[in-house]
Design a protein. Structure first.
Length: 220
């Protein structure tokens, strides 16, 4: 009985220490996204600006030097279509558009901290939440219409496996600023790839650069 009581006491103490050391935090920032892979018509797809926001947990392994950090992040990926311009009856028209692929990302990062500088990297699983098109039409430089249209996820892979790697700066107060790259191991078009965007994206993968601001709410 005493041994059992001692064992339970040790376990509870270990859990208390782990909880005290574990840091919970929030992060958000901007995304700079496009496509990588064997694209048939690269000039058609341009860089797009989006955003990300989420939470993280940091589990120290070797003091503050090495830790494991899982995160759950909403992230906008995708691309902008190249602009279309034409003239008709003396009027100048322009059409711009972008495709947003909105994901829930789950990276599990190994993190090394050297003073205020940190390095991170690890695998990432992603789930496709939804897809939408944003289109704007201009006449003589003036915005005439702006529409957002939901697209069906059919034919796209809902789950992706990729990776994340980055570097950043963290203060003792828990604020961090980092630059991170997200890549994918697999194409995101699943079925009828020869029909999706005229077959241009049959071997396309998401590619994202993130500028991320984090704030750690607990832990050392």
């Amino acid at each position: 009985m005493k041994k059992l009581f001692f064992a339970v006491t040790i376990i509870l103490a270990s859990i208390s220490v782990a909880e005290a050391q574990t840091g919970f935090g929030i992060r958000g920032g901007g995304n700079f996204s496009n496509l990588s892979g064997d694209l048939q018509n690269e000039s058609r797809y341009e860089n797009k600006v989006g955003f990300h926001a989420g939470v993280f947990l940091n589990f120290p392994v070797v003091g503050e030097f090495f830790s494991i950090q899982p995160e759950l992040i909403y992230s906008q990926k995708g691309f902008e279509n190249s602009e279309e311009e034409f003239s008709f009856l003396g009027q100048n028209y322009k059409r711009t558009g972008k495709v947003n692929y909105n994901y829930l990302d789950l990276p599990v990062l190994a993190k090394i901290k050297a003073g205020p500088i940190y390095f991170e990297g690890g695998p990432q699983a992603s789930y496709l939440l939804n897809v939408n098109n944003e289109t704007k039409e201009y006449m003589n430089g003036n915005l005439q219409s702006s529409t957002t249209t939901e697209r069906d996820k059919e034919g796209l892979k809902e789950f992706e496996l990729g990776y994340a790697a980055g570097v950043g700066f963290a203060t003792n107060s828990g604020i961090s600023l980092g630059l991170r790259y997200n890549g994918s191991f697999n194409d995101f078009v699943d079925e009828n790839s020869e029909e999706y965007f005229d077959g241009d994206l049959g071997s396309a993968k998401h590619s994202v650069i993130m500028l991320t601001l984090g704030f750690r709410l607990g832990g050392n």
